[in-house]
Design a binder for this molecule. Structure first.
Ligand code: UDP
Ligand code: MG
Length: 316
């Protein structure tokens, strides 16, 4: 029997876990696979850990790994794909925004020979206009600035064949943008569209700060265009300076003096601002280089509650 690992990062999802497990099991029981639901607890501070431990004791399908601290969704996902040993690995959120009813669809595509089955979110029910618009234009910007194809509405709900999972494990970058990595990896791909429902319980765990840093990770990891921007701004301002010089020369020859104060202030503010901004951009890249060079472990595990062996026996 083929084995399927369902990897689920969770952070403070005490009210979602039981319902999630129930819904996934209901779907998986109808399919001819051995499966595990591998939760990666991303440093939860609510009752999530107790719930996972308890469920794991009762239900051999429920496995969990607890991270030592909150490392972020992308890193938790990475820990999951590092440890999942199914023939196919499916990553999904634990808040029911990635509908378990789609699991048979993903698995059918896998059986049809696809090695990566990506899902694409058409809309998210109940999402704020702000989140919708920023998401839409973000993907446009990302596609315009980088070589990797990332579909608008791309999500981290996907199925990967073992081969693709092994390939993913060879990417060690710290500022992780898994959508970009998977997008650039190749393999036989297809996608499935879905409408994301509202969260079952609780609040989104992505603060504005986390969203911005995730968005920057995507752009800065896959593009050096922001650095190139300095070059173009430089050329434009040099051209502007030549025009201004010609204007001043012309006025001087006519015996007029050019009123200078406001021009100077506006110019110095503008270029001062531009320079600070570009320094900031360089700083972002340098900080990322530092992060990669230090090569610290991506995550630390505080306890691994998988019951190894048992699952395997069941699978064989
Ligand atoms: N999550 C996580 N670590 C974090 C933030 C989120 O493991 O630091 C998990 C969260 O529990 C959920 C999934 O990642 O299962 C997606 O997060 P969320 O639903 O908050 O994101 P949204 O759907 O609002 O984009
Ligand atoms: Mg969600």
């Amino acid at each position: 029997m083929k084995r399927v690992s369902i990897v689920v990062p969770v952070y403070n999802e005490e009210d979602n876990i039981a319902h999630f497990v129930q819904s996934v099991e209901k779907v998986m029981e109808t399919l001819p696979y051995a499966y595990e639901i591998l939760f990666i607890d991303d440093g939860s501070r609510d009752r999530s850990r107790e719930i996972l431990r308890e469920m794991g004791e009762r239900d051999p399908h429920v496995q969990s790994i607890f991270l030592a601290r909150n490392a972020g969704h992308q890193v938790a996902l990475t820990c999951g794909t590092d440890h999942a040993d199914g023939d196919a690995v499916i990553t999904m959120d634990g808040d029911m925004q990635h509908p378990p009813e789609l699991l048979p669809v993903l698995l059918a595509k896998w059986e049809a020979g696809y090695e990566i089955v990506q899902t694409v979110r058409l809309t998210t029910e109940g999402a704020s206009i702000f989140k919708r618009l920023t998401s839409k234009y973000y993907y446009r910007l990302l596609n315009a600035m980088t070589d990797v194809e990332i579909q608008e509405g791309g999500s981290d709900f996907r199925l990967m064949d073992r081969k693709a999972v092994l390939a993913l494990r060879r990417y060690h970058e710290h500022a992780r943008f898994i959508r970009g990595i998977v997008g650039a990896m190749g393999f036989r791909k297809t996608s499935v569209e879905f409408v994301a429902p509202e969260r079952f319980a609780g609040q989104s765990k992505f603060s504005l700060h986390k969203m911005i840093s995730f968005a920057l990770d995507g752009i800065l990891a896959y593009s050096v265009q922001p650095l190139r921007a300095a070059f173009y701004v430089g050329i434009c301002s040099a051209l502007l300076a030549v025009l201004l010089f010609l204007h001043v020369l012309y006025e001087t020859l006519r015996g007029e003096t050019v009123a200078g104060w406001s021009t100077i202030v506006v110019c110095s503010l503008f270029f001062g601002g531009m320079q600070m901004m570009m320094l900031g951009v360089c700083g972002e890249y340098i900080a990322r280089i530092l992060q990669e060079v230090k090569n610290r472990p991506l995550y630390l595990i505080s306890s691994d509650n998988r019951r190894m062996g048992e699952q395997r026996e069941e699978g064989n």
